[in-house]
Ligand binder design. Structure first.
Ligand code: HEC
Length: 140
């Protein structure tokens, strides 16, 4: 990663972390994370994140069990966003969510902010699913 990219990525992560911690500047309800997840992710990754959603069987590779991921917030954001990863150049089954959100969010001058907000909220929700799975090791 080039130095300038690294610095700006860190800035974004710090900013997004603050957003998630403070959450509320968009007036989104606290259920925003679960809403986004259920709408966009559960079909493949399953409601509890175990990689067992209804669409999972048809995919190769299979959707990951998100509760087994060890990625931190920044890495999750990068993977979910997908615009700066190898995935952005095609092949993988996982949609590039950064592009998806760009496509559906109105460009009112703050679109990139809102895209990153969604990505951050989702990354935080994945961490939440992981914590939940750790508390109930046998539940599905
Ligand atoms: C069409 C099915 C599909 C949907 C919908 C989907 N994913 Fe995925 N996801 C995958 C697949 C398949 C992989 C594993 C391999 C890959 O990268 O393609 C994956 C991998 C991941 C990973 C990496 C896990 C790891 O251990 O490296 C994360 C994080 C993730 N998905 C989060 C999400 C989130 C959050 C959403 C909703 C915004 C979502 N996914 C929606 C199919 C999907």
């Amino acid at each position: 990663m080039r130095r300038r990219d690294a610095v700006s990525a860190l800035g974004v992560v710090a900013w997004a972390g603050a957003l998630v911690a403070g959450c509320g500047w968009t007036g989104q309800p606290p259920r925003h994370g679960v809403d986004l997840y259920v709408r966009h992710c559960a079909s493949c990754h399953g409601i509890a994140g175990k990689g067992d959603g209804p669409a999972a069987e048809a995919l190769t590779p299979r959707p990951s069990d998100l509760t087994r991921s060890t990625a931190g917030l920044a890495e999750l954001m990068r993977v979910i966003d997908g615009r700066r990863t190898v995935r952005a150049h095609g092949s993988a089954e996982m949609p590039v969510w950064g592009w998806v959100f760009e496509g559906v969010i109105e460009d009112d001058g703050r679109r990139e902010r809102n895209v990153l907000h969604n990505v951050a909220v989702l990354a935080e929700y994945v961490l939440h699913l992981r914590a939940q799975a750790a508390r109930q090791p046998s539940a599905h």
